[in-house]
Design a protein around this ligand. Structure first.
Ligand SMILES: [Ca+2]
Length: 265
């Protein structure tokens, strides 16, 4: 970058100074003190000031807003299990709900299908405890009554039901469900309580994405920046538990310098 700016300087004079100011982070880093990492598809370089990717996000990352790609799906390719069996004759195993394929057609072979007409559950082991908040469930594109009244629980072991964090409504109209399951846990479990009117207690889950903000970002879309000193802020409300970095102030350490990204929490 320095070489290109040198050429720029020779050709355009003062314009080069503007170039140098914008090119302060090494490729792959951006933002305040270059402390944030780009998460662009194919390792593409993001904007060194805003973090915006030129194209899509890397597989496990999702575009919050403005192409920042700071939401990580921590469920991707983790270990998924079920104690309620799978549909005989098909390879529709629990891991298909964390394989990164959001296809909602059962025949695609990328969905979990529990054994027919049995009380059912699906669980993913995240490997360690996380502060969970935003979850997206991709249900099969038909038979939405099968997810109605189901519940989501967080736990740190598999011996208990865990803590209820979300209950699906009695009527589900959208096969992609963005929901808030706020709490801490290593295991996330979806249970069908067996209250369907026709006793159809099957689970048909095509993908479950559990999103966390990258270090130093917060909000529903992880496109707000906190500037806490040596520690992350609360990923939901952005509050810093300690001091701010030099030059920043406020409960969220988000005033005193330029606001790097814009957008609602
Ligand atoms: Ca899938």
């Amino acid at each position: 970058m320095a070489a290109s700016c040198g050429l720029c300087c020779a050709l355009l004079g003062v314009a080069c100074c503007f170039c140098l100011v914008l090119s302060t982070c090494p490729p792959g880093q951006f933002g305040d003190s270059c402390s944030y990492s780009c998460h662009c598809e194919g390792g593409a370089v993001c904007n060194s000031t805003t973090g915006e990717c030129p194209g899509a996000c890397a597989l496990q990352w999702r575009d919050g807003r403005n192409g920042t790609c700071q939401r990580e799906n921590v469920a991707l390719h983790k270990t998924a299990t079920s104690t309620s069996g799978t549909l005989d004759g098909y390879n529709l195993t629990p891991d298909k709900a964390v394989d990164g394929n959001r296809t909602q057609v059962m025949e695609s072979g990328s969905c979990f299908h529990s054994a027919a007409n049995s009380p059912s559950m699906w669980r993913v082991d995240l490997g360690r405890q996380y502060r969970v908040h935003h979850v997206t469930v991709y249900h099969r594109n038909v038979l939405l009554h099968r997810i109605a009244n189901c519940s989501i629980h967080l736990s740190n072991d598999t011996s208990s039901n865990g803590t209820l964090c979300y209950t699906f409504p009695a009527t589900v109209n959208n096969s992609v469900i963005d929901l808030v399951c706020d709490g801490r846990g290593r295991y996330l479990t979806i249970r069908n309580p067996g209250r369907a009117a026709d006793h159809d207690d099957t689970l048909n889950i095509c993908e479950v994405e559990i999103y966390l903000c990258s270090h130093g970002t917060y909000g529903n879309f992880c496109n707000n920046f906190c500037n806490c000193l040596n520690i992350s802020c609360d990923p939901v409300n952005g509050m810093c538990p300690g001091d701010c970095r030099p030059g920043w102030q406020g409960q969220r350490c988000d005033t005193g310098e330029e606001v790097l990204l814009s957008g609602a929490v």
